[in-house]
Design a protein. Structure first.
Length: 525
């Protein structure tokens, strides 16, 4: 039996998740290094996961019920996640950087019956609790929240032993299109066997051993760090080093001191590491790093070349999404021969024109991925689900082409999502807030080039009669945006337009607004 088969088999045993297996095999080994300085062993994390599982069941929750988790990178994130994975619960980790009303929307929309929330976002937790009548269980992490039970006290009375009848749970992460509210990516038909096989495949590909250490430098609520760092470390039985807030030298120091071997990063993190002074970089040994995987945003070739020169040929790239998709992968060796490619698909993928016709090699079009086994749907949004599909294939709105050897190159996006530093930003949400400014008649938010972040947010404004463009008004609109939007969504600049292009149906043609800012560039993302 191969290591991959063995892991898949263990994942399907009565223990349901590998965490409980590792708690039995190496109970005293460190499972997580918390940013606060705490460490917890596999036995300790597993014990709390079992306590939470019993708390969930005592509260009347069953298989398929939903739990929302509003928590930063800390050990409790893993404990709550592990509890849902053994109780058949659907977990939705929520971006705690969002505005309170945005958080409340997701908690309510995912139909959460339980909310575990960190005290650092107490206001958002209270608002969510008040706006979500389904909530039956509210637990505060890291400090008090009015109306919430303290985390440690809520778990105290429960048995830490493995539950006898585990059921593998699932997750539903939220993404968004270019209009409307965020949507949950829901996989109602994913089988435990499929999930186990996928986890085993990832572990097998990483070549983990007894010296391996995984670092999570991105937010655990995001699909990629959750998958590549948190879930993989739990299943592989390797210690996870959590970073709570990016500080470039601290991250490099952590890699060196904790002997980190595996990590997921995004291109903006590459750029910040590379920008460190040479004498600072020279202080820290990185020769033990074995596997860096990156994605989420395009990486400038010169940046990737520099990372490979520094860390060696350990920089691997993926292209996929929360929905699933073909899962393109490319190693450093392959990429050096084909700079700019994101690799070959592991499953089916097509390049189609606007009419659904497959395009020949070298011709760019919309990328369609074969639906994952069991499919997916955008939660409670059949129209959005159907709009993204053609037969057994779906698109995330990206544009690209295959070369003669089947390697994919991304050239742009038909979707209007802005990607700044690997984070998706949805322009319609920004438009919906800026339109409330008393001087704004209409708005088209677009992503414009930024050498460090890839893209940055720009608001192109059509003013109401009686208002004239000025630096003072632009500053006022930017301040308005910062007051009403999460910091990473707020526009960094404003341009004023005499008119905004519209389709015959009256919809703003955002791609036409965006195009002049990207004129003369070979890439449009």
């Amino acid at each position: 039996m191969t290591a991959r088969q063995n892991i898949a088999e263990l994942l399907l045993t009565r223990r349901a998740t590998m965490l409980s297996v590792w708690a039995a095999v190496k109970p005293d080994a460190i499972a997580v290094h918390d940013p606060s300085g705490r460490t917890k062993t596999f036995a300790q994390v597993n014990a709390n996961a079992n306590r939470i599982a019993r708390l969930i069941r005592q509260s009347g929750f069953g298989v398929g019920d939903s739990l929302a988790l509003l928590c930063s990178n800390r050990v409790e994130f893993i404990e709550v996640l592990a509890a849902t994975l053994r109780t058949g619960i659907r977990i939705t980790p929520v971006n705690w950087h969002l505005k309170p009303d945005e958080i409340a929307y997701i908690v309510d929309n995912c139909e959460a019956k339980a909310l575990f929330a960190e005290s650092r976002v107490a206001d958002a937790a209270r608002l969510s609790a008040g706006a979500c009548p389904r909530l039956k269980l509210k637990v505060a992490i890291g400090g008090p929240i009015e109306g919430f039970a303290p985390y440690d006290a809520a778990l105290d009375d429960f048995d830490p032993a493995d539950i006898d009848d585990p059921v593998l749970g699932s997750q539903m992460l939220y993404t968004s299109g270019t209009t409307g509210q965020p949507k949950g990516v829901y996989r109602p038909n994913s089988s435990p066997a499929l999930l186990a096989a996928a986890a085993a495949l990832m572990i097998d590909a990483r070549n983990y051993d007894e010296t391996s250490v995984q670092m999570c430098a991105g937010p655990a609520y995001h699909a990629a760090p959750l998958t590549f760092d948190v879930r993989t470390a739990m299943d592989a039985g390797v210690p996870l080093v959590f970073i709570d807030k990016w500080d470039t030298e601290h991250v490099l120091k952590t890699i060196a001191e904790k002997k980190v071997t595996h990590m997921h990063l995004v291109p903006i993190m590459f750029q910040r590491l590379l920008a460190l002074p040479e004498d600072v970089k020279a202080k820290y040994d990185v020769s033990h790093v074995q596997h860096i995987i990156h994605g989420a945003a395009p990486c400038p070739p010169e940046v990737k070349h520099a990372m490979i020169e520094w860390f060696g040929p350990v920089v691997n790239e993926y292209y996929a999404g929360s929905e699933g998709g073909a899962g393109f992968l490319i190693s450093a060796e392959e990429w050096l021969k084909r700079p700019g490619s994101v690799g070959k698909p592991r499953t089916g993928a097509k390049i189609l024109d606007e009419n659904g016709n497959e395009l020949p090699t070298g011709v760019a079009g919309t990328i369609y991925h074969q639906l994952p086994e069991g499919g997916f749907e955008y939660f409670k949004d059949p129209a959005k689900t159907q709009a993204a599909r053609r037969g057994n294939f779906f698109t995330m709105g990206d544009v690209g082409y295959f070369d003669s050897e089947g390697y994919l190159f991304l050239t742009g996006r038909s979707a209007e999502i802005i990607i700044a530093g690997g984070v998706n930003i949805y322009p319609q949400e920004i438009d919906n807030e800026l339109i409330k400014h008393p001087a704004v008649a209409d708005c088209a938010t677009v992503g414009v080039p930024n050498d460090e972040w890839g893209e940055e947010v720009k608001a192109v404004i059509l003013l109401k009669p009686g208002n004239e463009p000025s630096d003072a008004l632009a500053k006022n609109i930017l301040e308005f945006g910062r007051a009403h939007l999460a910091a990473y969504k707020a526009p960094r600049s404003v341009d004023f337009a005499a008119e905004l292009p519209r389709s015959e149906a009256g919809k703003i043609q955002r791609h036409k607004v965006r195009a002049p800012y990207w004129a003369g560039r070979t890439r449009q993302i």
